[in-house]
Design a protein around this ligand. Structure first.
Ligand SMILES: [Zn+2]
Length: 97
């Protein structure tokens, strides 16, 4: 895979990348990436896509993408970018940003 140091991504995409990395390691919602005063959480009170209460990361991501594909190792920088962008979109819906 291409070296990430040579990739020109926006600040927004790098932030999404940090959130994606944190979610891969913890399987928690990486809330702290956007809201530094808030901890990582295993569940959120309500799903932004279906209004079900007390849902986990798998539930939320499964509405918009394939689980666990979204967090699995990418085979290329292009695939990484797609996953990171998609994950960022989902997390911004979750956090209502
Ligand atoms: Zn849902």
């Amino acid at each position: 895979m291409q070296n990430l140091k040579s990739v020109l991504w926006s600040r927004k995409l790098w932030r999404d990348f940090r959130a994606w990395m944190l979610a891969r390691v913890t399987l928690f919602f990486p809330v702290t990436i956007w809201k530094h005063w808030e901890p990582l959480v295993p569940t959120i009170p309500m799903c932004p896509f279906c209004d079900q209460t007390n849902v986990d990361l798998e539930h939320t991501c499964s509405h918009e993408t394939m689980w666990p594909w979204i967090l699995m190792d990418p085979l290329s920088v292009q695939e990484l970018r797609a996953k990171v962008q998609h994950f960022g979109y989902i997390m911004r819906r979750v956090l209502d940003l």
